[in-house]
Each structure stands twice: as structure tokens, then as C-alpha cells.
Design a binder for this molecule. Structure first.
Ligand code: FAD
Length: 377
């Protein structure tokens, strides 16, 4: 006997959790299927926890802004502190990236976003760095950090309170559509629903294949490194667009990293120790004080970005497959967009309104369209 639901969400990361809650809250009977023994253990547990309004594409900025409001409201809505702290984000730019970035930031300012354009002298009051090769900076005082696993678990609990079911150790093995109903097979049980959503992050192309369609999403390993305790005090997340490195305080330590440009796609396991040397070298060049800190490679961790050809999310229905939806491919900014995306996608699924998400449709790739985003994604 198959279990029947109104909708099945595949993947219990922060995206699937937010969507499950926003569907359940509207009275939809939802099943969430998670391959792992526990929810929120994929990329959601591995992120740097950053949230920023500073995106060059106003659509991305808008998703962050809406998510920020939802995160701020977490204590009243769910009785849970989402961990949001407005520590700020500081972007340092060389001339090659500053002209387009500053234009985009001015546009955000005109739309009312809290973004400041800073001279290098002003930026150096926030953090000490070697200005060689840089021309200016931007700062978002309301950008900051939050706690993605806490948010995902709060959404799942609230979804269950609204009648949703979570099935762990239940990977989607196969999905087939017939007579207006999707049959989703897992090792333990089979589920039936007219709607289902692929929210399996870095694994979403595999899930798509098992359901008979193709998704241009690939996993890319990303490592986050730590210094030894260094007396760090709360401060902004700093991104150096010149060298690609970023860092922020994490308790008394600093966490730091950079996307490796020659990283091949695939589920490579373990911290990237080779890239660590290069990132630490770049950090010391831009932030000379960094070279006196001890490093703690043992504390490092890794996770997978789910990357699309334009490094922006894929959201919405799967063309030609009635009832099949996707919410995946967020690269390095899915945790912060999940609250708004879950809410808007639930609206789209139930009311047929794309609610500002249509630019992220899967169909864009077939039409030769791309979502552009100049910020490090
Ligand atoms: C190192 C790193 C740093 C990051 N930093 C940030 C940041 O600062 N800010 C930010 O916003 N984002 C950041 N991100 C990105 C962010 O973590 C992700 O975009 C976000 O967590 C994606 O959530 P998700 O729910 O789509 O995916 P996941 O959390 O990966 O969830 C997908 C789930 O699907 C499950 N699954 C897989 N296969 C199946 C199957 N067959 N059946 C059922 N379930 C399945 C997996 O087990 C997993 O639990 C970072 C990511 C990494 C790796």
C-alpha cells in the first residue's frame, strides 16, 4: 500500500524544510523524504551561515531581504532564535570588478537597501588590510550571520505541528507519473502525490535522473578552514574580490575560505588540504596580521555547493512534467534564500503565481537565458 499525500518534498535541508512548512501552513498534507538518518545534515550543516543584501542582481537581493525579515521574526513565529546577528559584510574590490559592482550597489541604495560605498580608508576602520590593488569597498550593516541548521529544524518542527510527516533514511529511488499522480519509491515505502518537489541540493541531478528528467546541477566540494583561537571579536564577514578569499570571526577563531576555480565537479570527500595552503597564502597577503595566527586544519570541514551553469538557483515547475517541481542549485547562497524561496514557491505551487521567481525557472537554460550575478556566489 502506498502512502498518499498532497505533496512530497524530497530533501530535508533548509530549502525542503522551509518549503514543507510553507505548504503545510496552508493546509497541504506534506511528506518530506530525507535520504540521511537525520534532517539538515547536507550543505545546510556545512555553510558559513552568511546572509547579505549585497547581491548585484536585485532579484537575489530581494530574496535575502525577505528572508531576513522572516529570520528576524523567528522568535515570535516559532519561539526560536534563528541566530541572526547583523555583523555586516565588507566587500573589498579591485578596479576590474568595482565599476560594475559599485553600479549595482548604487542601484540597491536607490531601492532603499542599506548598502554603503566606502573608500579604502573608511574600510580600514572596519578591518586592517593591505590596500594594494584595491580601489574601494562596499559595506552592508544589516548583512550578517544566522544559523541554518537551527532554522531548518525549526521549519521542520513547525511543519510537523501543521500535520507534515518527515521520513528519514528514505531516499527517492524512483519516481513515475501516471493518471495525474506521482509514485515515489523509497527502500521502505512508496508515496503517492499529485505534486512533488526536488529539493535535494547537490544530489538533485541524481534525483531528477531517477524521475526521468535532466537537471543541470552539479556538486562542487567547498572547504571552510579555521584558525586556532585568536581572540577574535565579533566583526564583519569580509570578502576580498581581488583574491577571492573571505573570512569572518567564529567565536575566538576566524573561519576562512575561497572557492577553488579549478575544482572539478563530483562528490570528492574530505577537506581540500592542497587548496588550504593557497587560501592561507592569499589571506596573509591581503591581511598581513593573519600570518601571525595559528591554523587549525583539523577543525576544517567541507560540503557541496549545488551549482547550475549560471550559479543561480533553479526554481519552479519542470517543463513538460505535470506536478514535478524543483528548488535547488543555490551555489553558496541557498541557506539565506531558503526562507523566502520556501514561501514564494509554496504560493506558486498552490496559487499559480510565480511571485518573482520566474527568472529562476529551469526553462531559462533551454531558452539560452542566464541569471547574472556579479557577487561571489
Ligand atoms: C562550505 C559551504 C559554505 C556555504 N556558505 C553559505 C553561506 O554563507 N550562506 C548561504 O546562504 N549559503 C551558504 N552555502 C550554501 C548553502 O549551504 C546551500 O545553498 C543550502 O544549504 C542548500 O540547502 P538545500 O536544502 O538545498 O540542500 P541540503 O542542505 O544539501 O539538503 C539536501 C538534502 O537532500 C537529501 N537527499 C539527497 N539525495 C536524496 C534522495 N535521493 N532522496 C531524499 N533526500 C535526498 C540530502 O541528504 C540533504 O539532506 C554554503 C555551502 C557550503 C558547502
Amino acid at each position: 500500500m502506498a502512502r498518499t499525500f498532497d505533496a512530497v518534498v524530497v530533501g530535508a535541508g533548509i530549502v525542503g524544510a522551509s518549503l514543507a512548512y510553507h505548504l503545510a501552513e496552508r493546509g497541504v498534507r506534506v511528506a518530506v523524504l530525507e535520504a540521511a538518518p537525520a534532517p539538515a545534515t547536507g550543505a545546510t550543516a556545512k555553510s558559513a551561515g552568511g546572509i547579505r543584501l549585497q547581491f548585484s542582481n536585485p532579484r537575489n537581493a530581494e530574496l535575502s531581504a525577505e528572508s531576513l525579515e522572516l529570520l528576524k521574526a523567528f522568535p515570535e513565529t516559532f519561539g526560536v532564535d534563528a541566530g541572526y546577528r547583523p555583523r555586516g559584510y565588507l566587500f573589498l574590490h579591485p578596479a576590474s570588478t568595482w565599476s560594475s559592482w559599485s553600479k549595482a550597489m548604487r542601484r540597491l541604495r536607490a531601492l532603499g537597501y542599506p548598502v554603503e560605498l566606502l573608500s579604502l580608508e573608511e574600510a580600514r576602520k572596519l578591518v586592517e588590510f593591505d590596500p594594494k590593488g584595491l580601489v574601494a569597498a562596499s559595506y552592508g550593516p544589516e548583512d550578517g550571520v544566522f544559523d541554518p541548521p537551527t532554522v531548518a529544524l525549526a521549519y521542520l518542527k513547525a511543519a510537523r505541528d501543521e500535520g507534515a510527516f518527515l521520513f528519514t533514511e528514505s531516499p527517492l529511488l524512483k519516481a513515475r507519473f501516471s493518471g495525474g499522480i506521482w509514485r515515489i519509491v523509497t527502500p521502505k515505502e512508496t508515496f503517492e502525490a499529485p505534486l512533488w518537489v526536488n529539493a535535494a541540493g547537490a544530489w538533485s541531478a541524481r534525483v531528477a535522473e531517477r524521475a526521468g528528467y535532466r537537471l543541470p546541477v552539479a556538486p562542487y566540494r567547498r572547504s571552510i578552514y579555521l584558525t586556532a583561537p585568536a581572540g577574535a571579536r565579533p566583526g564583519p564577514l569580509v570578502v576580498d574580490a581581488g583574491t577571492g578569499v573571505y573570512f569572518r570571526p567564529e567565536g575566538p577563531r576566524y573561519l576562512f575560505g575561497a572557492s577553488r576555480p579549478d575544482q572539478p565537479p563530483g562528490f570528492f570527500e574530505g577537506v581540500d588540504g592542497e587548496w588550504f595552503e593557497e587560501v592561507a597564502r592569499r589571506m596573509a597577503v591581503r591581511f598581513p596580521w593573519f600570518s601571525s595566527l595559528g591554523l587549525d586544519l583539523k577543525g576544517a570541514w567541507w560540503g557541496y555547493y549545488a551549482e547550475t551553469p549560471d550559479k543561480n538557483a533553479i526554481l519552479g515547475p519542470v517543463p513538460g512534467l505535470e506536478g514535478a517541481w524543483v528548488a535547488t542549485g543555490f551555489s553558496g547562497h541557498g541557506a539565506q534564500h531558503a526562507p523566502a524561496v520556501g514561501r514564494r514557491l509554496a504560493d506558486w505551487m498552490l496559487e499559480g503565481k510565480a511571485a518573482g521567481l520566474s527568472a529562476f525557472s529551469l526553462a531559462r537554460f533551454a531558452r539560452g537565458r542566464r541569471v547574472s550575478e556579479a557577487g561571489i556566489v
